[in-house]
Design a protein around this ligand. Structure first.
Ligand SMILES: Cc1ncc(COP(=O)(O)O)c(C=O)c1O
Length: 470
């Protein structure tokens, strides 16, 4: 076991490992090539009886663990949505780990609570969220949306679900394109999967407000209680933006909680030219976005804004004797603002990122990604082999291989899947897929912190090359 006074002695080994990792990152296969249980079989079946050296652990890290890592910080990682990081965020994570505070209430680290309060204000102002919303950091967007659904459930049932159990007539609404975390939240909240109504989308994959209103009216007529609508600002499949203003008007008319899931695209709100995406936000009740996706802040870090903090607290507050403090009511005890009691000191990495980059630096990075995406999309437009499926939006391009003369749509799907497997198995690139109106398509996301134009050129080259090996 290493004594804390010897901490510094071993730091160079760890830091050298990290610096080497960064230096060789581009040479590593983006997507891990291991087979199921390859790693598991190399780990001893029981814990060691005696202390092992840091050297031995770092050796195994290199030889056993690293081959089983998919490199999310690789500049050729374009899959899913990024979980990008930055040096600033990493430094803060070191310090957070060193302090290792558990920030459940103000008393257990006043600075963590008050820095969090300020960080939420910084983001709120910059992102165009109204001043009557208050923010709190959650672990993930899944948790934040669950918090929204639970709060909406309590508001709709006059806080009786917490007391008596959940009635079976509550209804939740989202589009057919909304992230699966909403369905999970509805299930966990005891509302029942059958009470989640998925509303049809238009040609841009955005919710059709008239369909939402019709469903709400039908439900009211059938004795259901419309409880919560989830509008997406940037869906997972294709970054579609639901028309918030129209949806907000419907929610207001029928007195339904409106939660906005901007988990990914929320970062773009740091750019004033994208504030149109949340026009109508003043009539929403809650909003979530993930700095741990596209804001250079290590996973995990989710920001949740809520308009009426009182109903949030009323939903989650439980006060056992051992958590009573003298500062209650004077400060934010964030344990009451969500599901877990224990909380990491996540505000520190946001502080480091926002100060280290400055708003100007953050905007420059984001705009750089938007430009690279336009560049990539233009290359696809000009390409003989590929075609755009949707107009590029933000840093996301949806495209596919055109296939060869005479291929049916089914054959195109098969060949596109094959091509993507070749690309991803090569280790040169990692891109993921989705289906748009039943068609197999590629999702190219350009959101890596340290990505450059050459990586975007390379991505196209790898796809072109892969066609030769079909
Ligand atoms: C739109 C959207 N909402 C929610 C989530 C869930 O995010 P988290 O992993 O933070 O729970 C995702 C993840 O990609 C997402 O894209």
């Amino acid at each position: 076991m290493i004594d804390r006074k010897d901490f510094k002695k071993h730091v160079p080994q760890v830091i050298d490992w990290i610096q080497n990792y960064f230096d060789q990152l581009e040479d590593l296969p983006v997507k891990s090539k291991v087979q199921p249980k390859d790693i598991y079989k190399q780990i001893p079946a029981s814990m060691p009886m005696h202390s092992e050296s840091l050297e031995a652990m770092l050796k195994d890290l290199e030889e056993i663990i690293l081959p089983g890592i998919t490199h999310w910080q690789h500049p050729n990682f374009h899959a899913y949505f990024p979980a990008n990081s930055s040096v600033e965020s990493l430094y803060a994570e070191f310090i957070t780990s060193a302090i290792a505070a558990q920030c459940m209430i103000w008393d257990t680290s006043p600075a963590a609570a008050e820095l969090e309060e300020r960080m939420m204000e910084w983001l709120r102002q910059t992102m165009g969220i109204p001043a009557n919303f208050e923010g709190v950091i959650q672990d993930t967007a899944s948790t934040a949306s669950l918090v929204a659904i639970l709060t909406a459930r309590e508001v709709a049932t006059d806080f009786q679900s917490n007391e008596e159990g959940v009635p079976n007539n509550l209804r939740i609404y989202c589009s057919s394109e909304t992230h699966s975390s909403i369905e999970k939240g509805v299930v966990i909240a005891g509302i029942g999967r059958k009470n989640l109504k998925k509303i049809a989308v238009d040609e841009n994959m955005a919710m059709i407000p008239a369909e939402l209103e019709k469903q709400i009216q039908d439900d009211i007529a059938a004795g259901f209680k419309p409880t919560c609508v989830i509008a997406a600002t940037g869906t997972t499949g294709t970054v579609a933006v639901d028309p918030l203003k129209e949806i907000a008007a419907i929610c207001k008319k029928y007195d339904v909680w409106l939660h906005v899931d901007a988990a990914y695209a929320g970062s773009a709100l740091l750019l004033p030219e994208y504030h149109w995406m949340i026009e109508g936000i003043e009539d929403a009740d809650s909003f979530v976005f993930n700095p741990h996706k596209w804001l250079f802040t290590n996973f995990d870090c989710t920001v949740y804004f809520v308009k009426d903090v009182d109903v949030l607290l009323k939903t989650f507050e439980i006060l056992p004797e051992y958590l009573k403090t003298r500062t209650r009511g004077l400060v934010n005890d964030y344990r009451d603002w969500g599901v877990p009691l224990g909380r990491r000191f996540r505000a520190l990495k946001l502080w480091f990122v926002m100060r280290g980059f400055g708003l100007e630096g953050l905007q420059q990075k984001l705009r750089g990604h938007l430009e690279l995406n336009q560049y990539f999309a233009q290359k696809i437009r000009e390409s003989e082999s590929f075609e755009l499926i949707l107009e590029p939006f933000l840093n996301f391009t949806c495209f596919r291989y055109k296939g060869t003369e005479g291929m049916s749509e089914e054959e195109k799907d098969v060949v596109n899947e094959k091509l993507l497997n070749i690309v991803n198995d090569s280790g040169k690139l990692f891109v993921s897929h989705t289906k748009v109106r039943g068609t197999y398509v590629y999702r190219m996301v350009i959101g890596q912190t340290y990505i450059e134009k050459r990586h975007v050129d390379y991505a196209l080259e790898v796809f072109q090359e892969a066609i030769q090996s079909l």
